[in-house]
Design a protein around this ligand. Structure first.
Ligand SMILES: [Zn+2]
Length: 59
């Protein structure tokens, strides 16, 4: 057995580091003027939530 079973190599998405989601830190100031940290999780637009890039045979 070898590593050449498939010609498909996944490249982890550099934007989300292969997680498929982006975590955006944001700060909210509440009515008591206290800063609250929020983490908003969004689907990565670069890989569309897959976590890896589609193979491009450009090389
Ligand atoms: Zn991504």
């Amino acid at each position: 057995m070898s590593e050449l079973t498939t010609g498909f190599k996944r490249i982890s998405c550099p934007d989300c580091n292969g997680t498929g989601e982006l975590r955006i830190e944001s700060e909210n100031i509440n009515e008591n003027f206290e800063v609250e940290n929020q983490t908003v999780i969004m689907e990565c637009q670069n890989c569309r939530g897959l976590g890896f890039m589609p193979t491009v045979s450009s090389q």
